[in-house]
Design a protein around this ligand. Sequence first.
Ligand SMILES: *[C@@H]1O[C@H](CO)[C@@H](O)[C@H](O)[C@H]1NC(C)=O
Ligand SMILES: *[C@@H]1O[C@H](CO)[C@@H](O)[C@H](O)[C@H]1NC(C)=O
Ligand SMILES: *[C@@H]1O[C@H](CO)[C@@H](O)[C@H](O)[C@H]1NC(C)=O
Length: 347
Amino acid sequence: MLWKVFLLALLAENSHGQNALYPMLRFQCSQLVHDRIDPLVNPGMVPSPHLHQLVGGNSLRPSMVHPAHDLPSLSTCTSCTFSEDFSNYWTAVLYFRARNGTFKRVPQAPGLYLKGNGGITVYYIPQGGATNKTQVTAFKPGFRMLVGDAAGTGPGPERKVCHRCMPAEGEMSHINCGAPDAQSMPTGFCEGGIRTVVTFPTCWDGVNLDSPDHMSHVAYAIGAKANDVGPTGTCPPSHPVVIPQVMYEVQWDTRQFNHKDLWPEDGSQPFVWSTGDTHGYSNHGDYVFGWKGDSLQRAMDARCTGDTCNVLEVQSTEEAMKCTVPRVVDEDVDGWLDVLPGNRTLF
Ligand SMILES: *[C@@H]1O[C@H](CO)[C@@H](O)[C@H](O)[C@H]1NC(C)=O
Ligand SMILES: *[C@@H]1O[C@H](CO)[C@@H](O)[C@H](O)[C@H]1NC(C)=O
Ligand SMILES: *[C@@H]1O[C@H](CO)[C@@H](O)[C@H](O)[C@H]1NC(C)=O
């Protein structure tokens, strides 16, 4: 059975009053690897505390310190559509917890375009849409950032990391954490799986490529609302530089677990993040910029849309899927596991 295409109503009125897709890069990155590494938050730590799914350039290492580690020059391939994008993108991983207490990794569906070995659909959204081509400043080499809290036990201050319980058929509404998305895990069966979205800030301090918490060098714009598309609102004086809005979309194919006799007898939901979190507040997204040269800036200036762009080099899904890296931490992450990778305590 084909995974349903999740069409997104990221539509804006064009100058002729017709709906047009808001200009944004939106492309697929196949899986590079599932591994217990975290080059941003725990550089060099092998194994890192919890499992991630990672996509992008194959220069991925447990430690990627700037400037010694230059992603575009050290990578020989990328798992993403645009072959000049050697960035790395990663999130937590979803597990199903059976009645007998064992865990099974939830497969990831191919992305938006029904292509690739389930990874992440990545978005870069410029400000101003097709008509107002306000300058958007692409990230600089060495730039990196984090959204979300791997230890989160309650809703975050911003609705920027969220879940949607997908219906069986295509889903036409906004993807950026507006209603009906929730920070908590869905509580019932989701016929079309669970979609998770991570939305990064759109304002940068213009100076720091990173910060101790990997967050404070960037900020969300003031006045931006959950359902806005792309950078909206006003950047605060402390973070005046408008950067592209990076967004991750992941489809967790929970369908094989949608049976009453597999779910807990007390009716609670059985999905657990690889952090050990049973409530849903600990998913997170990590980003390490690695586009070659000025390729991202060119694509933003050209207001390219979707996974084609005449100022970028494109590779086939087959080529992208060939790009994988071996797991650094040799452990089973796919069988029925007695404990989560890293023996995470459930919370
Ligand atoms: C635990 O439950 C799962 C799902 O029902 C099953 O596939 C697995 O074999 C069980 N493991 C043990 C040790 O009983
Ligand atoms: C274009 O967008 C910028 C930034 O949001 C805004 O300041 C400016 O007024 C807009 N220009 C037009 C013509 O809408
Ligand atoms: C997991 O951690 C618990 C303590 O939190 C310990 O009792 C148990 O032996 C550990 N299990 C494995 C397989 O390491």
